[in-house]
Design a protein around this ligand. Sequence first.
Ligand code: NOJ
Length: 548
Amino acid sequence: MRAWWKAAVVYQVYPRSFADSDGDGIGDLAGIAGRLDYLARLGVDVLWLSPVYPSPQDDAGYDISDYQDIDPTFGTLADFDALLAAVHERGMKLVLDLVVNHTSDEHPWFAQSRSSRSDPKRDWYWWRPRPNNWRSAFSGSAWELDEATGEHYLHLFSRKQPDLNWENPEVRAAIHAMMRWWLDRGVDGFRMDVVNFLSKDPALPDGSGAGAWTGAEHYVNGPRIHEFLHEMHREVFEGRAETLTVGEMPGVTVEEARRFTDPARGEVDMVFQFEHVQLDQGASKWDPRPLDLRELKASLGRWQAGLADTGWNSLYWNNHDQPRVVSRFGDDGEHRVRAAKLLGTILHLHRGTPYVYQGEELGMTNAPFAAIEDFRDIESLNHYAEAVAAGSAPEEVLAALRARGRDNARTPMQWDASEHAGFTTGTPWLAVDPNHVEINARAALADPDSVFHHYRRLIELRHTLPVVAHGDFTMLLAEHDRIYAFTRGHEGVELLVLGNFSGGTVTAEIPGWEGAELLLGNYAQRSEPAAGLELRPWEARVLRRLHR
Ligand code: NOJ
């Protein structure tokens, strides 16, 4: 039987920045509920909500202090139930963010754990008399001294995000019970935060090298990770139809991903991998460099080939951690609309499940942050403090934050041209991009040539053409530095997908496609027979031919 999610498209909502119903400047559940018709119009099948649980918000909700409730900023459990019912009424599903590599330091489990060395929950987290050399993803050591008991605890992210000890069976059982509680409530699955970090080498040896990911070889795809995920699958998902699980897995390889997503192994349905969003960086994410299109094709092509027979790909350009793709791999100036449509076309025609991040369907861009005071994200603020203290020029650090900072993704959703873009009647927690006067949902809905309607057509293609969801994939023109080209094939139907990643005109030399039917493009159709496969600036085309 074919899994339903192979023909589905997921839309990620970042609740803080989506829609604010009560004027406090922060998005909420009622705000999301008020915008469901917009999402239904786009045609997406699944909503994934970034965390809405009670949280001190040290890492924007990825620091959870209670797994079984809703943060008052976002609403109540009753608001959540109402949202879930409204999502289901529209034939969509809802997936929650599962953040169980770590909790907040304000979670009662950690409060107990830190209360004394002999507390029964001491072993639910990683306590050691001396730190090792592991580094936190948010700068500095991954260890924090707790004065009261004189030991250090591990935190791979902020010091307010202590790592749970998955070696302890009680921890695993508590998490499984919590997951079942949400599924029983009607939730349709989980996006699992850094889930391939759950298993650490219990000896916690020093890592080799230096820099941001020191220690990673001892916790990325660690010794018991497959066992833990299989156990979770068995304890939580077995016997439940129509769920979706996607594991966020920094550092995962194609070979590992095939194991994680092999249905016969019962672990997760698909994974988020990071290779393609690390191609435009040097030593670290704060060292941006231009993308080489050949590297992008080589990377995504390898993932397509690697998961062709076993396993399944997730497809994404954007999420709440990534800068906006039209600014990053496209053109957010003169050719913004065409570039946004091209990027959408290329992604959605790959084999795998596409994820659309809020505002991507409008071609939203990176934001014009002027000064460090304009940023909110702990990752950016910590990096700035550390780099400047180490002697980097503040302007250079700011330039990196502008290019790569996560706040680019988190500026409020642009609903209309009014003050604060229709996101809130109050003061937004992070400033709205001034370009909302031009780039907004109201304008996009009214314009049949908008990025929104292009995304709507892409989603419709996946729903209606089996070749899009189920066809095989062949990369073409691997060495071309401006054209992205591939074919898809399924039961006598073949598609050719072409994208010109440049502001000039280029011709694709691919014989046999002259005169093929144009299914979708981002230019008005030519009246003369398509002049070979000449592609205008940022042009994308999807062509179809049938074999009898
Ligand atoms: C990955 C999440 O996507 C990111 O936003 C978060 O900061 C880290 N995991 C830690 O939870």
